[in-house]
Design a protein. Sequence first.
Length: 329
Amino acid sequence: MIPKKEEQNTANVKAASSKSTTKKYLKPLEPAQRKSKSNNKNATGYLFISPFLLGFFTLTIFPILYSLYLSFTDYDLMGTPNWIGLDNYVRMFTNDPTFWKSMEVTFFYAGVAVPIRLVFALLVAMALNKIVEMVGIYRTLLYLPSVVGGSIAVSIMWRQLFGNEGAFNSILSTLGLPTHSWLGDPDTAIWTLIVLYGWQFGSSMLIFLAGLRNIPKTYYEASSVDGAGPVKQFFIITIPLLTPVILFNTIMQVIQGFMAFTPSFVVTNGGPVNSTLLYVLYMYQRAFEYFDMGYASAMAWVMLIIIAIFTAVIFKSSPHWVHYESENK
């Protein structure tokens, strides 16, 4: 039998040893050790995001900066870029009527097609917001045009629909109405592209629908008690509370409108008489048909500046018409 006094001494020794070991492992790291550990964590993080960084710098930043350099050169894709300074920009603004024609067509296209798409998307979203049963199916079916609308296949289909012997003229002929060369007439060709752009309203519609679902129903119930009808509710509740979503959709659609390319390229190829020559299509022609890559790069930077100006103006004006609930809290 071990005496109690010896047991107590043994326990004290073990406790002291345990405390010493604990203090040893809980001893604060030295600054050099702490820095080394932090560097190891940073290195691990950079290792994991290195594929993104590699792609971002090689496929995004470098092409952007290189196109800026090319915009000051004469480059035909075959030889070496020849530095010419601001000649491309001077030529663009003073000696290229086709540039101004493409700018005119693009501004008209974006100015008409963007509001049409936004208004139509909002109306469809409000209709879907009232539907309870099978809303998922309707939402999917209405979103499909946005998924396939920008494809080559849909553009070819659109060209067939509005061709001289297309389905649209066939319907008019069946009804006894006069047919029309929709794609061959400069006055109507651009409208076929606008209708195609408006038909692809699905993405904007889903964003509007999400915004509508976030508006509390109690607001509508309270306004109904005060005698407000659906039209008044739309203007005093729906629109003000939906303005942040309208701001986002407007900016995204303005950018898409100015960057439209596929419909003009496939459906009309810029014709007739350049009536559908969108800016990006003309830029493509300068680069890959006329092998004037320096001039096309200058056009790309002009378009970037135009989009940046429009975006800045919309953001600058937003405090006067965009309502945020948090501002009243």
